[in-house]
Design a protein around this ligand. Structure first.
Ligand SMILES: [Zn+2]
Length: 160
């Protein structure tokens, strides 16, 4: 469990990331630098946004709580992953602002049963620590992730 108000939060966030967390962070950063004003206030809002990704049997699925991920973002992500041919699908679910992890889980539930998802043993890369509610839901579906925080959150929508 990580406290987002801890002065050590940003260092911890940078050092405890796995490769798929970093890929999610890079996708969010690319999107921000391309589409958000280059002022410290505007760029600072990146803390409010989140990208999650999951290597599914169908390919790499990505989702964001609020950002519109575009083809040029995906093209740069392919370069980062050193795989120009990887199939990447942008998943959009929820009524606006649904947490990225839950958008991916909702999409998985369109294709698989709960038991099948649990058997897949998936992992999600996330650009920041998951909130407690997403973390509980991911554990319920046997999906692993790096870290969770315990701050209250907004816009949480259940995927099931
Ligand atoms: Zn969440």
């Amino acid at each position: 469990m990580i406290n987002r108000h801890d002065p050590d939060y940003h260092r911890a966030t940078l050092t405890r990331r796995s490769d798929d967390d970093l890929a999610a962070s890079i996708l969010l950063a690319l999107n921000y630098s391309r589409r958000t004003k280059q002022t410290s206030v505007s760029q600072g809002l990146i803390q409010m946004d989140c990208v999650a990704l999951c290597y599914c049997p169908e390919g790499l699925w990505v989702a964001s709580n609020t950002r519109k991920i575009s083809d040029d973002d995906l093209e740069t992500l392919r370069t980062f992953l050193c795989d120009q041919n990887i199939d990447i699908y942008v998943v959009v679910n929820g009524s606006g602002g649904m947490h990225a992890e839950m958008q991916l889980l909702k999409e998985l539930l369109e294709v698989y049963t709960k038991g099948q998802i649990q058997e897949l043993g998936l992992r999600m890369g996330v650009s920041k620590a998951c909130c407690g509610r997403c973390a509980d839901k991911l554990r319920e579906y046997s999906i692993s992730f790096t870290e969770e925080h315990d701050s209250p959150v907004v816009n949480w929508e259940s995927p099931d």
